[in-house]
Write a protein that binds this ligand. Structure first.
Ligand code: NAI
Ligand code: UGA
Length: 429
């Protein structure tokens, strides 16, 4: 199938490379020329396991990128993978979606034959039919259902494991209004749907939109609950990890997303929970539980810095921050809890020396006063204290040698030999 993908960020690039891997002819339409050049040169514009080799394999054959929307006309299906950020008040900001839909609609005005537009971005119920569809109709002069069809297909991949999550998902959700669109998408995803562990959910567009928010709200709430239980466990001087491991044996609860600590960050949970809260309020519902989910998450970085401050004055202290990305396996630092930790340390007058295996360059421009080290060992050298902010596997078994005082506060439960340390404390255990 000929597929175009508008927006080539974390999702758009990943699904383009994966759809090429499934044998489709794929073109990425992206306004950032550097990303376009990178894909066409066979190089991944982001750090994501399994992406580099796929882009290298398919670039120039069945995977291409362009800044020109015109090339969409040569395809049958377009996925909109544009950002859906939050506004200052936390609500869903659709400005980029609107602009993308306008450009796409104008392009489709001169297309011969039918075209399917699939909203992949995370959007609140009603957005696809009440915002995107009218723009497409207005700009193209073509009616939905009569030349242009529309569908909503939310994405559940995680960063760091994006390629395998996309190729081996638990479920594929197809929100459609017309049978043809569902059939086209079933055909597109056929090799994935044939897998035993992938369920197909076919539903209406509004339900598909809400499934995505409900999924993320559930997971964020689970981690916040786990963090609240972890905070309580620490007060009782008990180990939350032992407690929650036992709780997770109940298969109604499951052992996944049970890691307590610094809390959830990233480009999606924070903005999606906020958009759902704002959307609910707009609908006249007060989402008290979701408010609490965010409040618990917001307290964890400060609690971690408080633990450090129990051992010495932070004013003038040299603190190593290990890990900057919002989770291991990615260079994405959007809403990373590590940045909140750095902010709290800075407010209390500490000098921060940070290390991350891949994310430093994404932090440096916004944090010029932080010192950056080329290894964890270099960051720890001469430090008065250390904070583990991201659970990169390379931090396991770290010796923490060379510190002025080996005071280590762990926000992520890495594997540490505590016996060699002056102080080792976990945030929630
Ligand atoms: N990052 C993730 O792990 C996941 C993200 N999502 C959702 O997918 C959507 C996209 O997210 P990301 O890929 O993370 O965003 P991103 O910010 O990484 O990438 C978006 C890309 O769109 C490009 N762009 C902006 N305006 C454009 C336009 N008018 N025409 C063409 N390209 C344009 C940007 O230059 C950027 O490269 C969001 O709604 C997000 O919530 C859903 C599941 C997972
Ligand atoms: O909508 C999205 O963009 C994506 O959001 C999350 O994926 P992602 O943000 O990439 O990463 P997660 O693995 O979910 O981690 C999110 C945050 O929760 C934290 N977390 C996760 C699990 C856990 O047990 N404990 C915990 O603190 C992580 O450290 C990280 O900061 C969802 O897991 C994906 O299904 C979804 O597609």
């Amino acid at each position: 199938m000929n597929v175009s993908i508008v927006g080539s960020g974390y999702v758009g690039t990943t699904i383009a490379a994966c759809l090429a891997d499934l044998g489709h002819d794929v073109i990425n339409v992206e306004i950032d020329k550097e990303i376009v050049d990178s894909i066409n040169a066979g190089e991944a514009p982001i750090h994501e396991s399994g992406l580099e080799e796929r882009i290298a394999d398919y670039a120039g054959t069945n995977l291409r990128a362009t800044t020109e929307y015109d090339e969409v006309r040569d395809t049958d299906v377009t996925f909109l993978c544009l950002p859906t950020p939050q506004t200052d008040d936390g609500s869903l900001d659709l400005a980029i979606m609107r602009a993308g839909a306008e450009s796409l609609g104008r392009t489709l005005e001169s297309k011969d034959g039918d075209h399917l537009v699939v909203v992949k971005s995370t959007v609140l119920p009603g957005t696809t039919e009440d915002v995107v569809a009218p723009i497409l109709e207005g700009e193209s002069g073509t009616s939905i259902g009569d030349g242009i069809d529309i569908a909503m297909n939310p994405e559940f991949l995680r960063m760091g494991t994006a390629v395998t999550d996309f190729l081996e998902p638990d479920k594929i959700v197809l929100g459609t209004a017309f049978d043809d669109a569902a059939a086209t998408l079933r055909e597109l995803y056929a090799p994935i749907l044939e897998q035993e562990n992938t369920d197909l959910v076919e539903t209406d567009i509004r339900e598909a939109e809400l499934i995505k928010y409900a999924n993320n709200a559930f997971l964020a709430a689970k981690v916040s609950l786990v963090n609240e239980l972890g905070n309580i466990a620490a007060e009782y001087d008990t180990d939350a990890y032992e407690v929650l491991e036992a709780v997770g044996l109940d298969d109604r609860i499951s052992d996944r997303f049970m890691r307590s600590g610094l809390g959830w960050g990233g480009s999606c949970f924070p903005k999606d929970v906020n958009a759902l809260r704002a959307g609910a309020r707009e609908q006249g519902y007060d989402p008290e539980l979701l408010d609490a989910v965010v409040a618990v998450n917001d307290t964890q970085p400060r609690r971690l810095v408080d633990l450090l401050a129990d051992h010495f004055h932070l004013e003038g202290a040299r603190i190593a921050v290990l890990g900057l990305s919002f989770k291991p396996g990615t260079d994405d630092v959007r809403k990373s809890r590590a940045l909140d930790v750095i902010d709290h340390l800075g407010e209390r007058g500490a000098t921060v020396v940070a290390y991350d295996p891949v994310a430093i360059e994404n932090v440096r421009p916004d944090y010029p006063s932080v010192e950056y080290a080329e290894s964890a060992e270099e960051a720890l050298e001469g430090a008065d204290g250390a904070v583990v902010a991201t659970d990169w596997p390379e931090f396991d078994e770290l010796s923490f040698a060379g510190m002025a005082r080996s005071v280590v506060i762990d926000g992520r439960r890495i594997d540490v030999d505590e016996s060699a340390l002056e102080v080792y404390e976990g945030l929630t255990w």
